[in-house]
Design a protein around this ligand. Structure first.
Ligand code: ADP
Ligand code: MG
Length: 320
């Protein structure tokens, strides 16, 4: 019985209706209508307590982040988000946790017009799996395997904040309350770059979202596209909080390999740059040119003199 009252409480908070949801939560499966000229982009991501978020993260932040990481994947495909499924594994039927979780999830879902259309609820160690669906005009999805030698490499927003927040958690060091709060928000409430992804369908040759660290994720683009990528570390965008807090060398490590940024990294042919910049200015989205696509395979970070930087590790990987 507890299972059904939990589902009902999630439904009330998250199942706001879209006209393309023929049948939402409550039947054996949801029924939805896909727009005729579109393809469906679908992805799923799991968050495990203690692995993907610290155990003391608030329920609302966990709810927000479980949807955000998935919307970030849709953004990287240039997809417009529509529907979500939620598989929730809970240690106990904790109504307070579920309500907080659903409120955080619903807050982000409302920003992007996403409707929760189904899921599953089970008992076990706290684990959240969200699946999202989005639309892309036929043949227009942004892929990892289309970067070309000579393309320029860009990133959105700033890098390294979430990784810095993780390292700050236990320190009582000399950081202003304002900087600490802004770093924490980047860790707990990442903002998926959905509008940018949609805009980039017109301009980018390839795109990926940065979840495991810039170098590791660009490594996937380089491999899939059969090219190499060079990054100029001095160009990497940093937030005021990161500049305030972290000395330069550590900063570069966080920006290149910290992870949890949920910004987009993308490649653009040089002749497309002027039009991209006009579109970006109209939409006030921050993007920064950070490097270039080259023929030599691999991803390299270069210092001011063009020397290759050696980094401690190349990003997060499970089972390693
Ligand atoms: P079934 O036994 O047919 O699989 P369930 O009892 O698991 O159905 O779920 C009942 C309904 O509630 C279904 O429509 C399912 O999609 C939905 N549901 C279950 N758990 C969740 C959840 N955590 N979030 C959203 N919808 C859920
Ligand atoms: Mg079920």
């Amino acid at each position: 019985m507890a299972e059904f009252s939990l589902i009902e409480s999630i439904r009330q908070r998250c199942a706001h209706l879209r006209d393309d949801v023929v049948l939402g939560i409550g039947d054996d499966a949801a029924v939805v209508a896909v727009p005729p000229d579109c393809e469906l982009a679908v992805c799923t991501d799991t968050l495990v307590a203690g692995v993907h978020f610290p155990r003391d993260t608030t329920a609302a932040d966990i709810g927000w982040k479980s949807l955000a990481v998935n919307l970030s994947d849709l953004a990287a495909m240039g997809a417009t988000p529509a529907w979500a499924l939620l598989a929730l594994t809970l240690p106990t039927a904790d109504t307070g946790f579920v309500e907080g979780f659903a409120d955080g999830f619903a807050a982000l879902a409302a920003e992007h017009g996403v409707s929760l259309i189904g899921g599953d609820t089970t008992s076990g160690p706290l684990t959240i799996t969200v699946t999202v669906h989005g639309f892309v005009p036929k043949g227009r999805a942004l892929r990892r395997d289309r970067a070309r030698v000579g393309d320029t490499v860009w990133v959105s927003g700033t890098l390294g904040d979430a990784a810095a927040a993780l390292r700050e958690r236990d320190s009582t060091g000399d950081i202003s309350a304002e900087s600490r709060a802004s770093l924490r928000a980047r860790l707990g409430r990442p903002q998926p770059r959905v509008d940018l992804g949609i805009l980039l369908r017109e301009f980018a040759s390839s795109c990926i979202d940065i979840s495991d660290g810039l170098l590791a994720d660009l490594g996937h683009v380089a491999t899939a596209s059969g090219v190499g990528i060079e990054i100029d570390v001095l160009r990497l965008p940093a937030s005021p909080a990161l500049l305030d807090r972290v000395p330069m060398e550590q900063r570069h490590a966080l920006q290149l390999a910290g992870g949890d940024d949920y910004e987009l990294a993308f490649t653009v042919a040089p002749e497309r740059i002027p039009l991209l910049q006009q579109a970006i200015a109209r939409n006030a989205i921050p993007i920064t040119l950070v490097g270039r696509v080259v023929a030599d395979s691999g991803v390299r970070a270069l210092d001011a003199e063009g020397r290759v930087l050696e980094l401690p590790r190349a990003g997060w990987e499970h089972f390693s």
